[in-house]
Design a protein around this ligand. Structure first.
Ligand SMILES: NC(=O)c1ccc[n+]([C@@H]2O[C@H](COP(=O)([O-])OP(=O)(O)OC[C@H]3O[C@@H](n4cnc5c(N)ncnc54)[C@H](O)[C@@H]3O)[C@@H](O)[C@H]2O)c1
Length: 307
């Protein structure tokens, strides 16, 4: 595990819960202690969701050199800060120590794998394996290879994430922001514009998703959700009946200027919505809800469908 900040420490806890042994490295002072604290904080939720029989929260080691951390690895999850030059510099430090068959998966939120891997001796074994915050709870991981990634590497990464209980999706093409952050960016663009145009307050825009379509999106995605809007005629009827209206609204969507004034308006709106709760308190509350939701979804998916 290279880089143990927000995402890396959460990954460490998850890998341990799946019975894997983890070697971690992070250059920050106090990083080892922070990883310990994050594992302890995540463990009760991981226990509730079901540990592997051999899961051991102590099965990790902290190293002071990234090369030592990758020496005996089979799968390296890289979570360094989202800056291309920095990730590439780090790859240079591990290249000689990396076992010949180990895969390097970058958690990068949006850098294209071709840019990450260019010129690296292990380019054929590098993929983006992009998780969602917090990775110890959110099942999705998007996997995408670059120009030099071997197809078997993408297969092996998808297989690895599936075996440890994640829900990998495999992208057919690399694009900045991969897939999911582009979907999020498209929605957030409209959420920002709704505030800029005075359509609704920050809290009401959030409520519009969390109390509405967000509930359905935890069950099925936007295409299938719209297919059901077509009633018993399904997607075919939706395409004839409602798609023309939806596509006519596309022409009114626009790119807002995220000016200093608009940023301040959104920040003030979030302060009002948070009502004095800190980001850490809100994240803890969100994680508690996520665990309950994951348990519910597991039961819901396993339940037989009614005719
Ligand atoms: N935060 C999110 O919601 C999120 C979600 C998915 C993916 N990601 C991706 O995960 C990666 C890490 O993001 P984060 O949010 O955990 O960042 P973060 O700032 O919380 O953590 C980054 C960690 O990297 C360490 N670091 C500093 N220099 C380093 C170096 N040269 N090499 C390795 N590590 C170094 C820092 O000490 C820190 O602990 C990024 O690529 C980001 O795009 C983030």
């Amino acid at each position: 595990m290279l880089g143990t900040g927000t995402v890396g420490a959460s990954w460490v806890a998850y890998f341990l819960s799946r019975g894997l042994a983890v070697s971690a490295w992070d250059p920050a002072e106090g990083a080892e202690e922070r990883v310990r604290t994050r594992i302890a904080a995540a463990w009760p939720a991981l226990e509730r969701l079901g540990l592997e029989a051999n899961a051991d929260p102590g099965a990790w080691q902290f190293h002071h050199d990234p090369a030592d951390a990758v020496l005996d690895s089979t799968f390296v999850q890289e979570n360094a800060p989202e800056r291309l030059w920095l990730k590439r510099e780090l790859y240079g430090r591990i290249a000689a120590a990396l076992p010949a068959t180990a895969i390097v998966a970058s958690s990068s939120s949006g850098i294209m794998p071709s840019d990450l891997q260019a010129g690296q001796p292990f380019a054929d074994r590098l993929v983006v394996g992009h998780p969602f915050n917090p990775p110890h709870l959110i099942p999705l991981v998007e996997v995408v290879g670059g120009r030099d990634t071997a197809a078997v590497t993408v297969d092996a990464a998808v297989d690895f994430y599936r075996r440890i209980g994640k829900r990998p999706i495999r992208l057919g093409k690399e694009v900045p922001g991969h897939l999911v952050n582009r979907l999020q960016a498209a929605l957030w663009r409209e959420a920002v514009d709704a505030v800029a145009r005075g359509i609704a307050s920050v809290a009401d825009v959030d409520a519009a998703i969390a109390h509405g379509p967000g509930l359905r999106w935890a069950l099925m995605g936007p295409h299938l959700t719209f297919a059901l809007a077509g009633g018993s005629g399904g997607m075919r009827h939706f395409m004839e009946h409602l798609a023309p209206a939806v596509t006519s609204w596309w022409t009114d969507l626009r790119e807002p200027q995220l000016s200093d004034e608009l940023k301040a308006q959104i920040i003030a709106g979030i302060d009002a919505e948070a009502g004095g709760r800190t980001p850490d308190e809100l994240a803890a509350k969100r994680d508690e809800g996520l665990v309950a939701l994951l348990e519910l979804l597991a039961r819901w998916r396993d339940a037989p469908e009614r005719p």
